[in-house]
Structure formats: structure tokens, C-alpha cells
Design a protein around this ligand. Structure first.
Ligand SMILES: [Zn+2]
Length: 437
């Protein structure tokens, strides 16, 4: 790396940044304590690379329970970890253990010492050390995941530690209820008994208002995991007809899981309805696009151009498009260039594909106004990963900008200015955080 890179990185490494997206526990005391370093670090991301490389699902299960010793677990994953050693996911963890525990890399020689130091980090104070001291994060936008019987449930309890987080409100439970139980949950959270489709619409608005009262700064949808991002305009009649199916199962009582019929018309209508409300309240919505976490899904559901009708029909809603839409990063660039209400968010991106993140940002500064891009969101469900991710993000942004300076596109001062915008000023403005910090 040359002098220009060094000069830019030297500035970027100390920048205070805004973290657009995390899935961490909303309070440190809610952190799982009955754990070890591999169970925690393989809760997501690298675990998918390991399975993709050949780790059997049965062996992965063994890593995720508490029966084996840390060395026995390591032996199960070691060959696949070595195959994955150079991916962004693995690099992020090697950086994390170096920055947090002074350990060079995760391997057979270090795993036991690392696990001891990790156990020590379960004491209070570690969250602030990671987010504030080590990662220099001003604030993280939090989509807290709540699990019931190992399934994600949608909750309106949006309390979180305001020293480190601001919450975002996931609308997926309203747009796409998975089970009848989800509708019962919506009744409980909204205080509205759902006897008709109209009641459901009223509940949706009530939940949104509740979320705003509780300080939510944005909405969020991750439904590209379950269905296509193409939300067609359907009539109220079509949506209501599908919703009414739900009442056919009312007689089954609460001792059986209540069935919730699937209906794309209902979902499509509800997404449009929630966006109309978001527009009236001038809210930003974060949309998952691009690669889905896990080992198998339908990638084409997540193409961000499928959202074009929503961009056109809801000009008062700002759309924050997640994960640089990887591998659709050129598509999202065109969308951000075309639409005043479309913004690119690089959360998760720097560890999905560090090289593509560097290339994409270098291209976007040629094609997209630079106020349209946010450079960092950790997107981790466990705390230590954030420090590795922000480290890679700072390096990547510096590499992109250095590349442009080297070819004479702009000077080092402009590179620093762009870095400050993508890491801080843009997310501050896009999420209207100025008076909320
Ligand atoms: Zn996420």
C-alpha cells in the first residue's frame, strides 16, 4: 500500500462513525452467558462458509450445544475453517481477537487461551469497550432479534440501551404474519381486537405510532428472505378476501398452533399501506436486498430493482437499501443514481465480500452523488464481530478512495471529506438523527 493510502487511512482509522445496522442484544445483561467462543462466533456468517465448505449440519449442531470441550469443537471445524480462512467473515474474527484479546489468529494453538479470555469478556462493560472504545461508534441502529422456541418473533418492545443504540422497527410481522399466533401477538401489542381486515389496518397504524413514541428512528423489512421484493398494487378487495381466510381457523382454539393462510395479495397490500403511512410521517425504511444469510435461498427474490414501483409510488419515503444489494451492486448504483429517495447502505457488505466492497465504492464515486452512500453497519448478532467488521470497513473505504486519488480523480483532502460523509454525515441525515443523539 502506498503513501496516499497511508495518509487517507491514518485519517479514517480515528473517525467517529455511525453504525446503520446491528442485531445485538438490546442490553448487555441480556447476553447469553452459557456459551463459549465457538458457539458465539459461529452463531452466523462464518458458520455458513464452513457448511458451504463441507462441514456437516450434524457437526455444526455439536458446536452449537454445550456438550463438547472447546478443543473437541475446534477439531470438528478446523479443516473447513482453514478453507474459509481468507473470507471476509473469517478475517473479521481474526481481527476481532487481535484487537480485543491480543491473540494473533484463531487456530488450534490459540483456541483454548482465546476461550478463557472470551469467558472473561462476559462481564459487564464489554459492549461499551467494543462499540465505543475500540470501534469509535457514535450510535448503532438496532434491529433486536427476539427468539421464541428458536424462531424469530416480531416484538414491539423496543427498549434498548440508549448510550449505544437507537431502535428500528421491523414491519414484517404486520406485512407477512407467519402464524395465526402472530396475529394474536399484534392484537396484544396494539390493544386492538382483530375482528376484520379494517381492524388489522388500524392495528398496523397503531403499532407504527407506538414504535415512534418509543423512539424508533426507521422502519425495516427483511422479507426478501421469504418472498420476492416485487410488491404489486392490488385492490383492497383482493387483500381482504385473503385476510378473511384467517377467520376460518378461529375455532381451533389456542391449544393448537393457529394457522395463518399465506397470501401474496394481503402482503402486497399491507406493504403499500405501511409505506403510505411511512410517507406521511417522513420515515426512512431499511430494506434487505441481495444475498440472504444461511445455506440456501432464492437469490433473485432479493434483486433491488424489484422495488422500483415502490420507489416511484412513495416519493416521500426514503429507502435505505441494505448490503449494497450484493451481488447486485451495479443495479443498486443505477437505482441510487435515478431516484432521489434511494440510498445505498453498505451494512454487512465489507465482510460478505471485501474486494467487491472496495471495487463498488470506487465505481460509485464516479456514478452516484456521494451523499447517497452509508459506508458501515456491523450487522452482527454477537458483539465481538463488530470490531473486526469496522476495521475492514475503514481499510476498504480508504483503499477505494486512495485508488481514485492515484488516478487523479480528486485529491487527498476530498477523499477525507468523502470518508467523513459516508461514515458519519450521510447516515446522520438519512436517518434524521441530528436531534436524536
Ligand atoms: Zn441484518
Amino acid at each position: 500500500m502506498g503513501m496516499i493510502y497511508e495518509e487517507i487511512y491514518d485519517y479514517v482509522k480515528d473517525l467517529e462513525i455511525i453504525d446503520t445496522h446491528e442485531h445485538l442484544p438490546p442490553f448487555e445483561h441480556l447476553r447469553e452467558k452459557d456459551t463459549d467462543v465457538l458457539k458465539e462466533y459461529l452463531a452466523h456468517y462464518l458458520s455458513c462458509d464452513l457448511v458451504s465448505a463441507g462441514l456437516s449440519p450434524d457437526d455444526y449442531e455439536k458446536v452449537m450445544d454445550n456438550k463438547l470441550s472447546i478443543m473437541e469443537k475446534w477439531k470438528l471445524v478446523e479443516p473447513y475453517w482453514d478453507y474459509s480462512r481468507n473470507t471476509g467473515y473469517a478475517r473479521s474474527l481474526d481481527i476481532a481477537v487481535r484487537e480485543l484479546y491480543g491473540i494473533d489468529k484463531i487456530c488450534g494453538d490459540t483456541i483454548e487461551e482465546l476461550n478463557k479470555k472470551f469467558q472473561d469478556s462476559l462481564k459487564p462493560g464489554h459492549f461499551k469497550k467494543v462499540l465505543k472504545e475500540k470501534s469509535k461508534i457514535k450510535i448503532s441502529l438496532l434491529h433486536a432479534l427476539l427468539f421464541e422456541n428458536e424462531k424469530i418473533v416480531f416484538d414491539s418492545k423496543l427498549e434498548c440501551d440508549h448510550d449505544i443504540f437507537r431502535n428500528v422497527y421491523p414491519i414484517d410481522g404486520i406485512v407477512f404474519p407467519q402464524m395465526g399466533d402472530d396475529i394474536l401477538r399484534i392484537e396484544k401489542q396494539s390493544g386492538i381486537t382483530i375482528c376484520s381486515f379494517d381492524d388489522m389496518l388500524e392495528a398496523g397504524e397503531k403499532l407504527l405510532d407506538n414504535a415512534l413514541k418509543q423512539g424508533t428512528v426507521a422502519l425495516k423489512s427483511a422479507l426478501a428472505y421469504q418472498r420476492t421484493l416485487h410488491y404489486e398494487r392490488v385492490t383492497r378487495h383482493e387483500a381482504e378476501e385473503e385476510f378473511n381466510e384467517f377467520f376460518k381457523y378461529k375455532h381451533m382454539g389456542r391449544y393448537l398452533p393457529q394457522v395463518c393462510p399465506r397470501g401474496k395479495n394481503y402482503q402486497d397490500y399491507m406493504m403499500h399501506y405501511m409505506l403510505r403511512l411511512a410517507g406521511k410521517k417522513r420515515l426512512t425504511i431499511q430494506f434487505h436486498t441481495g444475498i440472504q444469510e444461511g445455506n440456501g435461498n432464492i437469490l433473485s427474490h432479493s434483486d433491488p430493482s424489484l422495488l422500483s414501483n415502490l420507489f416511484l409510488e412513495y416519493p416521500d419515503v426514503d429507502f435505505d437499501i441494505f448490503h449494497m444489494s450484493y451481488p447486485y451492486q451495479n443495479v443498486v448504483a443505477a437505482l441510487a443514481k435515478m431516484f432521489p429517495n434511494v440510498f445505498i447502505d453498505m451494512c454487512w457488505a465489507h465482510i460478505i465480500s471485501p474486494g467487491d466492497s472496495i471495487d463498488a465504492l470506487a465505481r460509485w464515486v464516479d456514478s452516484v452523488p456521494v451523499n447517497k452512500i452509508s459506508a458501515f453497519g456491523g450487522d452482527y448478532i454477537f458483539i465481538d464481530g463488530v470490531v473486526g467488521h469496522q476495521h475492514i470497513a475503514r481499510e476498504n473505504v480508504s483503499k477505494s478512495l486512495a485508488r481514485k486519488v492515484e488516478v487523479g480523480a480528486f485529491d487527498v483532502e476530498r477523499a477525507k471529506e468523502i470518508a467523513r460523509m459516508v461514515f458519519y454525515e450521510n447516515p446522520l441525515r438519512i436517518f434524521k438523527l441530528e436531534d436524536k443523539l
